[in-house]
Structures are given as structure tokens and as C-alpha cells.
Design a protein around this ligand. Structure first.
Ligand SMILES: [Mg+2]
Length: 413
């Protein structure tokens, strides 16, 4: 087994003789949680989202059959589906269901990458399943166990890489189970709409279709110059994807003990810089007290953003000196968000904040300079706030940028 740059365990994609990457995606996750909490909602036209923000963030398959989709304004959903039931009783419990879901996955393999609250990759290669039937039996057992123990229907996609597994899991929802055999990747993708490929957004899809490129398999038939003019500098990457080629590894942030990270998937794609910065600073407010509690300091802040289609950009910067205070990271976060969000014409699906370059806190300040005195005062204040927040069961002490509540969660499918 290899280690990649982030120190995560990885498994060389080209040597996989079997489909060993599993993508799992809960079906209508938030609605499914609502239905577990209130079984009377099963089989009904149910949606989660809310009146307060006016957007549907999850809809049952019965509601979808009525024309409700996400994200759709709630008012519109109620117009086309007057007997739609809006339910939000699981607020605060979605995260717990997600934790339990991934805990069951981690019983199969420690190599679990959480892509969102209800979606993740498993690398089961190191488990060394003898053959495909043994692998599919184990995964079907996992699918059934999640349904039995948590009440959550999940769709699975099994393939030789993340790209194909993620597309496969979407093919037969709900409770789908799609296996793409090694060597069949390009043939599987070829008849699918070209917009299926990650990174092909609505506008690009329309552009491609107006040039007669409707299916994934049409891409390979085009001239280099046409593809270059339609897709820009990354056209070769898109053609590689169309052939089912993807070498990205399943990465497990929790395995990287040398960092503290947090990410959030938005209810709908967001273009509002201040709103995203507010969310990122809120993550710093959670991560830095953890650092202090662990007696650590961090030197480096990384901000990662994700656009629709699982396309990521990131930026990082190191402080001259490691810190266990929020303030230096706030200032960095703003700059790094500007740099990371380099495709500013595209709204964001997710933001992640990571603190790395972790060092132990010095036992004491060695020099009693004025600057260190001031820092010591700030640290004492921070530790008082941390202690109060640790004891608080209700309202916690919040920073100025935390006054507005973050947007509610959302599942796309
Ligand atoms: Mg889902």
C-alpha cells in the first residue's frame, strides 16, 4: 500500500483487478430520516426544506413523481403538488444518522471518504475480496444492514475507480446496486447523457448538444480542435473521463491525524462570497478550540471549494508562527477563499477548511515581552470561553460573524 501526499493510505488504481471502489449515496436522505422518525410519512409525498428559506432540499420519490425536485421553491412545489407534506422534525439529527451510516461503512474498511452528509466512497481493494461475487455479496449485505439498522435506503455503485462508481450509483435509484466490471467503463458511460460527466455543467451541456454531442460516447468521435474550442484547456481531461479514466484515490481525512478539518455541503449552490466566508469562519471557530483542547497549534490553513460536478479548487498558506488563536486564521481565510474560488463565475457546492502543520503548544511563554503578555491574556480569555462553551447546553458564546444562522442542509438526489 502507498501513501499519498496527504499521508492517506492509497491503493494503485491500475493494479485493481476487480471493481474495488464503492460509491454509496443515500436515497432522499433527509426525507428518509424524517420517515424513520415518523413512519406515518412512509410512501407519502414528503419534502424537507423549508418554509423559512422557501426551498425544497429533499423530496421523497412519491413527491418527485408529482414533479417536485430539488432545489425548487417551496411555493412552487406546493402549487404542483398540493398534498405535499413538509416535514423538518429531524433537524439536528441528520448529522447523527450520517455518523451512524459511515460508522457501518467503516466496519467494512477504514478507507472511507465522506463526500457529503449522505455520500461517500469506500476503497475495498485492500480487503482483497477473492472475486466479484464475494465483493458484491459483502456490499449487498452492507446495503441491507444500513436499511435494517438505520432505516436508510442507499444506492451503491461498484467500479474500478471513483468517477465510474459515482456515476454508477446514480443509475438505478432508489436502492440501486450497479456493478461496472473492469474493462467496461467506457462502454458503460458511452450511452449516458454528456452532462453525466463531472464538470459538465448545464451551460456546457447545452453547448455540446448544440454541436451534436449528446452522449458521453460522442466526445471521443470529435476533432481535437472542436473539443478544445468547446471545452477549453481541460478538454483532454474531459475526454479521459469519457473513457472512464480516473486515478484519484479514496482519501480519508480522519486518518490524517496531523490536521483538523471541517467541510459543509450547501443546501443549494451559493455565489455569495460573504455567506461562504461566514461559514468558513464558523468552521475555524469549531476547529481552533479543538486545537487548544488538544494542546496543539497549527501553522497552515487550507481552504477548499467544490463546484457542482465534484470539481475542486483549493488554496493554502502558512503563518510565520503556528497559532492556537482564531484571529490569524480569520484573516487568512478571507484571502484564501478569494484565491481558492478562482472560477468565480461558478457557484459553490461545498467549502472545506483545514488546519495543518500541527505543533505541540509550548509549555509556557519563555519571554515575558509585552507582545507575549498580550497573547497570554488573549489565550486565557479563549480558554475561559472554551470552558464556558463546553459546559453550555443551550446558547453558546458566539463570535460576531456567527450571529446569522447557516443555511439548512440539503441533499441533491
Ligand atoms: Mg443522496
Amino acid at each position: 500500500m502507498l501513501k499519498n501526499e496527504a499521508g492517506c493510505r492509497s491503493y494503485p488504481a491500475m493494479t485493481r483487478p476487480l471493481p474495488t471502489i464503492v460509491h454509496l449515496d443515500a436515497d432522499a436522505f433527509f426525507v428518509a430520516v424524517e420517515q424513520v422518525l415518523n413512519p406515518a410519512l412512509r410512501g407519502k409525498k414528503v419534502a424537507v426544506g423549508g418554509r423559512e428559506r422557501g426551498i425544497i432540499s429533499s423530496a421523497s420519490y412519491e413527491a418527485r413523481a408529482c414533479g417536485v425536485y430539488t432545489p425548487m421553491p417551496t411555493a412552487q412545489a406546493l402549487r404542483i403538488c398540493p398534498d405535499l407534506i413538509l416535514s423538518n422534525s429531524g433537524k439536528g439529527l441528520y448529522g447523527e444518522f450520517s455518523e451512524k451510516l459511515f460508522a457501518l461503512c467503516e466496519k467494512i474498511t477504514p478507507l472511507v471518504e465522506r463526500r457529503s452528509i449522505d455520500e461517500g466512497f469506500l476503497d475495498v481493494g485492500p480487503r482483497g475480496f477473492a472475486d466479484e461475487p464475494a465483493l458484491t455479496t459483502a456490499m449487498r449485505n452492507l446495503q441491507e444492514r444500513i436499511l435494517r439498522e438505520l432505516g436508510l435506503p442507499i444506492s451503491f455503485g461498484l467500479a474500478t475507480n471513483k468517477l465510474v462508481a459515482a456515476v454508477a450509483s446514480k443509475q438505478n435509484k432508489p436502492r440501486g446496486f450497479t456493478v461496472i466490471k473492469a474493462g467496461n467503463e467506457a462502454a458503460f458511460l458511452a450511452p449516458l447523457p454528456v452532462g453525466t460527466l463531472p464538470g459538465i455543467g448545464k451551460k456546457t451541456e447545452i453547448l455540446l448538444k448544440s454541436n451534436g454531442i449528446n452522449q458521453v460516447g460522442d466526445l471521443i468521435k470529435q476533432s481535437d480542435s472542436l473539443l478544445s474550442s468547446l471545452l477549453g484547456s481541460n478538454w483532454r481531461g474531459v475526454v479521459a473521463m469519457s473513457q472512464g479514466i480516473d486515478f484519484s484515490e479514496v482519501s480519508t481525512e480522519y486518518e490524517d491525524a496531523k490536521s483538523y478539518s471541517r467541510q459543509e455541503t450547501f443546501p443549494r449552490d451559493i455565489s455569495d462570497f460573504p455567506q461562504i466566508l461566514h461559514i468558513a469562519k464558523g468552521m475555524i471557530d469549531i476547529l481552533v478550540p479543538k486545537l487548544r483542547a488538544d494542546g496543539k497549534r497549527a501553522r497552515t490553513l487550507t481552504v477548499k471549494v467544490r463546484y457542482s460536478g465534484m470539481i475542486d479548487d483549493s488554496a493554502g498558506h502558512s503563518l510565520a508562527e503556528a497559532s492556537d488563536m482564531e484571529t490569524p486564521f480569520y484573516a487568512l481565510a478571507e484571502n484564501l477563499l478569494h484565491i481558492a474560488w478562482r472560477r468565480r463565475n461558478r457557484p459553490l457546492r461545498l467549502v472545506m477548511v483545514k488546519l495543518s502543520g500541527i505543533e505541540d503548544q509550548p509549555r509556557q511563554l519563555e519571554l515575558f515581552t509585552e507582545e507575549n503578555e498580550s497573547l497570554a491574556r488573549k489565550r486565557r480569555l479563549a480558554s475561559v470561553v472554551d470552558a464556558l462553551n463546553a459546559r453550555a447546553t443551550g446558547t453558546k458564546i458566539r463570535h460576531g460573524h456567527q450571529v446569522d444562522s447557516p443555511p439548512p442542509p440539503c441533499d441533491a438526489v
